[in-house]
Design a binder for this molecule. Structure first.
Ligand code: COA
Length: 211
């Protein structure tokens, strides 16, 4: 079992018995578009330091739970051992992964967004999202994606990235609803033979230009 521990330059925020390590100087802003979020508390978006075992463990635990629920597919079989090795299998360092956590002011982690890049997707941040089960269906996923789009340059530190890309199973009605709500553009459909013939749909959305 992992234990919380100090890591390098990370900051820490409390989460029950856990502390979630944060990237010092990483993205840290109040969640925008919170008017549609029905959780009764403010939400902060802060970059999780997933180069720490504790940060990697939190992310992997959510991925495995979503996989077991059939919401996402992963080949990882993480069982609380070697979190950094498992995380780098899912998010290789070459795809420059970043994780933005959504926190209550007291430090409870509600969910997170992942951001990666790929040479096959120039100019795009590939975004993944998991909101922890007790905090779903309250508008947080939608607000988080809008937040990501608004602060994409602050999160990615790369002005060449001008939009987000995400894909999901066609039957993932929550993600499809978010795509519709943020007016994302459908970018294609494919049958994924590696995932039992699951039909995947992908979307893109450009960074909102501030006036
Ligand atoms: C997908 C996910 C990130 C969405 O986060 P969320 O906080 O639940 O999203 P929201 O509350 O903003 O709801 C999104 C939409 O789903 C709708 N919705 C909520 N519950 C639903 C349900 N049971 N069935 C269908 N749609 C539902 C909401 O009404 C909303 O649509 P609207 O904006 O048209 O009203 C979250 O549910 C999750 O982590 N799921 C498991 C992992 C996953 O699927 N990740 C995405 C992989 S691509």
């Amino acid at each position: 079992m992992l234990q919380p521990h100090e890591e390098g330059m990370s900051e820490h925020t409390s989460h029950g018995a856990w502390t979630i390590p944060l990237v010092a100087g990483g993205h840290a802003k109040p969640l925008v578009f919170t008017e549609g979020v029905a959780l009764g508390q403010h939400v902060m978006a802060r970059e999780i330091d997933a180069t720490t075992e504790t940060g990697a463990h939190e992310i992997l635990s959510d991925i495995m739970a979503a996989h077991e629920a059939g919401d996402i597919h992963t080949i990882a079989r993480y069982k609380c051992k070697n979190p950094l090795r498992w995380l780098s299998m899912i998010y290789p360092p070459a795809c420059t992964p970043k994780f933005i956590g959504l926190f209550f002011p007291g430090g409870t982690l509600l969910g997170w967004l992942s951001f990666t890049t790929s040479p096959s997707m120039p100019g795009k941040a590939i975004v993944g999202a998991i909101i922890r089960a007790p905090y779903r269906n309250a508008g947080l996923g939608t607000a988080a994606v809008l937040h990501a789009r608004k602060y994409l340059h602050d999160i990615m530190h790369d002005s060449a990235i001008s939009g987000i890309f995400f894909d999901t199973q066609v039957r993932n009605t929550r993600v499809i609803a978010i795509a519709r709500r943020i007016k994302a553009v459908e970018a294609g459909r494919r049958v994924d033979q590696l995932r039992g013939g699951e039909t995947m749909v992908s979307f893109t959305s450009e960074v909102a230009i501030e006036t």
